[in-house]
Ligand binder design. Sequence first.
Ligand code: ZN
Ligand code: CA
Length: 652
Amino acid sequence: MQRALYFLIAVLFLSSFNLTLSQTLRCGTTDYMEQMMLQNPSWEEKLVGMEEQTQTIIQQNPSFLSTETITVIPVVVHVVYHTEEENISDPMIYSQIDVLNEDYRKMPGTNGWNNNPVGADTKYEFRMATVDPDGNPTDGITRTHTEKIVFGVDNTVKFNASGGHDAWPTNKYLNIWVCNLGDGYKGYSQFPGGDPATDGVVILYTAFGRPSSLPPYNYGRTTTHEIGHWLYLYHTFWNGCDPPGDFCSDTPYESEPNLGCPVGHISCGSIDMVENYMDYTDDICKNIFTNDQDNRMDVAVNVFRNELLVSYKETKKIDSTGVTYGFTDVNGNIYALLNFLDAGTVDSVTVEVWPDYYPPGQPENTKAVKRFFDFNSHGGDGFVATLKVFYKDSEVIGFENGDANLQLYMRNGSNWMLMGGIVDTTENSIVLSNVSQFGIWAIGDPDDDPIPVELTSFTASLKINSVTLNWITATEINNYGFGIERKLVNSSSGNNEEESKWYKTGFVPGHGTTTEQHTYSFTDDKLFPGSYDYRLRIIDFDGAFDYSNIVNVEIKLASQYSLNQNYPNPFNPTTKITYQIPGKGHVILKVFDILGNEIATLVNGIEDAGVHEIIFDASYPADGRQSLSSGIYFYTIFADGYTKTNKMILLK
Ligand code: ZN
Ligand code: CA
C-alpha cells in the first residue's frame, strides 16, 4: 500500500497535465510542488505518510471534524512592492480577509453562499495578526520596498536576502506574500509538511482583494484557492478521471481544469463541480468547499499545523435562565461556562478564547495568565450571570504564588479593572457571579504586581548620528535596571541591521528601592541613517520586566560632504575628527605639518554613507614616528573629488 501510494503521488506531481499555457497560469502550486520535490525528494515520501495518516484520522472521526466551534487563524500579509501600484492599500488587504471569511464560512447573503447538500461551512475564519513574533501589538501587515521588478514561483519573495520579506514563524501564522508574480501566475502555495522557511501563500498583487484589477480574477478567490492548498486541498481535477482523484469522495472527478464558468459541463461521466474553489474557473463562478474538503482542512489545522496561534469561538443561543451553557474548543474541552440568573434581552452569546496569548495592553512576560476571553452578547443587555473560565497551569508563568491568588480582570478602555472571582486550583477555573457586563476578560494576581517603577518621562534627543535617551523615575521598587532596546524601523542607507526586530544596545543600572527622583541618560552613537524606535526594558531583581513607551528618532541621510573642526582644539595629545559623506565611497584622510610634510594617514578605504569619526593621537602619529611637537597642523579629506583642509593646534 505504502509503496503504491508513494509511486502515485510522485507520478501525480511529476507528470502534471499537458495544459495549455493559459491554463497552467491560474495557479503555480503544481509547478511549485514539482520543483520542491525535485529539490527535496523526501517530501514526496512524507506526503504519502501524511496521506495515510489523514485517511486513518478521518475514519476515526475525532471531534474536531464535526465541531461547531470556529477556529480563527492569524494572518500576516507581507506586501513586497517595487512600484506604488504594487503597494496595495490596507482596505484592499481587509477586503481580502472579508472574502476569505465569506467563502470559508459559506456566509448567507454573500457570493460565498451555496445550497449544495455537500457544501461546507468549514468553521475557519481569518484575522489579521494582532501580536507580532516579539509579542508586540501589530496590524499584521509588513511593507517592503524591493528592487526586484518581478518574482518567480521560486520562494525569492519569502526572504529579505533575495528582495522579499522573511516569513513570520510559519508554525504560528499564515504568511501571505503579495507581490508582482511573473509569467502570468496568479498565486502559488505550499502544502503542509514542507520547509518551514518557505511555508505560506504567494499572491499576484492584481489578484489580491476585492475588487482587484485583474478580471476575471478580481474577487479575491485566488487567495481562497491558494489557502485551500495550504490547508491540504488538491485541485478538483487532480489525477483526472482516475482514483483517488483529489482524495475527496464528494467532489466529482474532472478530466481537466475548467476555465471560465461552464456550469453543467460533463467530464468523467458526471457533472463537474465548476463552482469548487479548487477548480480553475473564474472568481465569480466559485462558491463551494465540500464536506470532504473540510475534513482535510481539519486534519491540516489540528494535526499538521497544530501550533498555529489560533483562537476559538462559539456562539450559544440563550433561551433559559438557570441553565449552564458551555463553550468548548474544537477538541471538546470547555473554556467558559455561563449561567444566567436574569438573561435580560440577551438572545445569544459568543465567547472567544485566545489560548497562548497575553491580554491586549499587557506586553509579553508581564504578569497575566497567557490567555484571555472575549465575551459578547447579541440582541440585548440587562443581564445578570455567573461566569466561569478555565485556564491551564502552563499559561500561569512567573507568578510568585502560582495560581493560588488568581482573579478576574475586565478591560475598560486601556485599563484593566479588577473584578474578583474564586479560583479553583485543582480544576483550574475561576468563577464570578453577578456579572452584568461583557467585554474582554483576563486572569491575573492582584498581589503580584508588575514591575513597580514609576517612569515620569522618557525622551530622545538627536545630535548628527548619535541618540541620547533621557528618563526620570519618581519611585523605584526592587529595580535592577534598564535594558536599552533599539529597533530599526526604516533604513535609508547602508544599515544591515535587520528591520522590525528589537536589539539590546545597552544597560543602565537602577537604584533598587527609592522614593527619590532619579534621572538617567544613555547615548547610542555611530548610527546609520534611518528611523529608530527605542524602549526601556525595566527589570527587577526577580528577573521580571516591563517595557516603557516607545520613542522614535530619525537619523537623516547626509546630504553633502563635510569635514568638521576637530575637538578639542587646541589638543594634547588626542583629538576627535568627524566628517560625513552622502554616499558610499573611497575616503582618504591625512595629516600634514605646516611645511606640507605628510605626518599620518588616518583613513584610506571604502566608507559607508553617513557621519564618521576618528581619533588622532599626536603622541603616536604613525608607526615608528616620534611624538609630535607643539604647533600648527593640517588635516585634509579626499573623497570622490571632494577635498577640504582644516587647521588644528597641538599645545603641549
Ligand atoms: Zn491551485
Ligand atoms: Ca470542519
